[in-house]
Design a protein around this ligand. Sequence first.
Ligand SMILES: [Zn+2]
Length: 374
Amino acid sequence: MSMFSRTTRASALLSASAALCLLAACEVVSSDKSKRDTTTVAPTAGAVPSTDSSARGGVPAAPSDSLANTVARDSGVVTLSAEQPVRGGVLFALAEGLAPDIPRCSWKGAPLPCYRAAKGVLAIVPLPADEPAGTFTLTFDRPTGRVTRQITVADHDFGRELVFLDSAHYALVKRSADVARDARALRAVLAGESDTRFWSGSWGAPVKGAHGGGYGAERFYYRAVDSSRAIRLGPELKTRGTFGLDTVVAASRDVPSWRHAGVDLPASRGTSVVAPAAGLVADVGDYILTGHTVIIDHGQGVHSAYFHLDTALVQRGDRVAAGQRIGRVGATGLATGPHLHYGIYVHGKDVDPAAWAAMPAFARDQADAGKSNK
Ligand SMILES: [Zn+2]
């Protein structure tokens, strides 16, 4: 959803800190420095500590020969990046030297898909803007115990914005049955998680030279005629879902609203959109809110999304290379002007594409053939 022509920043109605956040474009700053930590749970002979019942199971009581060899290399070190995780960001966690046949990890007490990488087991934890800050538990199962890390996710104010729509666009927001149908379809695409990782190395930009923001902002949609009256975004107004993926059209106090789960990159109509990394085209569709849409499956639970395209230049099932042209910038769907909406989803949850692109070197390494515990 474009913010370039008809959006009124609501900063005057917000606290000083929120206004500062808006001025700073609310970008999540992600450190490339990694934090190493050797804290582990003391191994228990022949058993896995069962403090976390939901992630239990599947680890042999007696390690096989190959697992026994693994133990010798398993240092118990977990390398973390970003050093200070924040809402909207991504936590990359590498359990060094760990090489089980089937990696098993958990986050917040629930199984988290994780995979064997070149130097251990890599868990990529999405910290979507829609989930609260706090301290949560990340675990890696080992043949002789479990590595446990307490992760504190800092809070972040993503800002709130008013968006004024002409009658044609406002009518789209009100097509709740169609919006819900589209959201279910997009969620199903993003739920796909293949064991193969299709990409390696750094991620590029989908539109050359374009810089944008707006990830995580709470956006409230009004009719254009409402722009002449004073609108106060009081605390009772809340978004309850994310743009394009909300199956229950969120209308807080009758104001349609969604959290913006990507970044808007300004570009003129027809500008080339390229794949930032290699992958498999998982969806090419035309949806009420997101317009002409392409979603690329990069494997192991990572997807990238491109909304409001003028034209898609790929088809579902196509393999795409990094830098390959996949579409042209447009203004289809709920967009007030040409731009690219670019989203990154990890295990089905949105993260700030800027935080994703700042991934540490250990996450860029190509993984070997690993299986997840999904
Ligand atoms: Zn957008």
